[in-house]
Write a protein that binds this ligand. Structure first.
Ligand SMILES: C=C(O[C@@H]1C=C(C(=O)O)C=C[C@H]1O)C(=O)O
Length: 269
């Protein structure tokens, strides 16, 4: 539907974003738990492919070149539409909502802020994860004897990065849900731009321990399943996967929390 907005002087007529009420924190945590297995499943596959270091040199320029046309296609399919909670790595898809009398961001209603956690996810991927993806053999067989399959590797890189972006973007609705449950606690901290106190109020270390424990359980299940299914794995494989899963979920928690903090800092813009 096309509606006239009285708060947008630059355009007489513009499409208004849909109004979304965020789920409760309990519901959001259930949804986040559902994302753990797919992330660790993709990491398991990726850990079993050898890497071509050239793809990740120069801040991942070859990886980003691979991802760019995929993200353009994804964009045309609506992957980054308003409220999808996923953002691309190769262009900026965020148009932040602006508060006004007609659009006051009531507690519990999603609004879009301009912050993306993707740059820090990409740097974590390139600098911390890629060095851990050091398999010497892969599961592709080539008559020329080569083990490396650049396209298959990049395809998994793109899949993992998209999942990481989606998972961390939940920080936006986590923040809205927590704000709605404690408006009087958050409001003065936001107005004072007290970033460290906002972060403290958002953090729940018991919940974090549960997320990390589920990641460890999933990593054990996937490495056990690969070995039981007949994959030729080095003895170190379960430990390596456990290590990768622990690092990824620690990073996800930290970046999700960054996104929560940044969302709230823009609450009254
Ligand atoms: C997402 C939340 O906020 C923070 C981030 C967490 C996460 O990313 O899993 C877990 C607990 C909180 O410290 C939450 O409270 O569930």
């Amino acid at each position: 539907a096309v509606v006239v907005r009285d708060d947008d002087a630059s355009a007489n007529v513009t499409a208004k974003n849909p109004v979304f009420t965020v789920p409760t924190l309990v519901q959001i945590r259930d949804i986040l738990a559902q994302l753990e297995a797919p992330i660790i499943s993709a990491l398991t596959e990726r850990l079993n492919l050898p890497s071509n270091p050239a793809l990740y040199a120069n801040n991942g320029s070859a990886l980003l070149k691979y991802i760019k046309p995929r993200e353009a296609t994804a964009n045309n399919l609506g992957r980054y539409a308003y409220g999808k909670l996923e953002y691309p790595f190769t262009f900026n898809a965020v148009k932040p909502d602006v508060t006004s009398k007609s659009n006051p961001f009531p507690p519990g209603r999603f609004h879009q802020d301009s912050y993306s956690g993707n740059p820090s996810l990409l740097s974590f991927y390139l600098n911390t994860l890629v060095p851990l993806f050091n398999a010497s053999t892969g599961y592709f067989y080539h008559l020329d004897g080569s083990q490396v399959n650049d396209d298959a590797t990049l395809n998994l890189d793109a899949t993992i990065l998209a999942l990481l972006s989606h998972r961390t973007s939940f920080g936006k609705i986590v923040a809205e849900s927590k704000y709605a449950a404690d408006v009087s606690g958050f409001t003065p901290l936001i107005k004072a731009i007290n970033t460290s106190q906002i972060r403290t109020l958002l953090t729940n270390t018991t919940q974090e321990a549960g997320v990390l424990a589920q990641a460890a359980t999933a990593a054990t299940a996937f490495s056990t399943a690969w070995v039981a299914s007949g994959a030729a794995e080095p003895a170190t494989f379960p430990t390596q996967l456990g290590n990768v899963a622990a690092k990824v979920f620690r990073e996800l928690i930290d970046t999700t929390t960054d996104i929560e903090v940044q969302y709230l800092l823009q609450r009254f813009n």
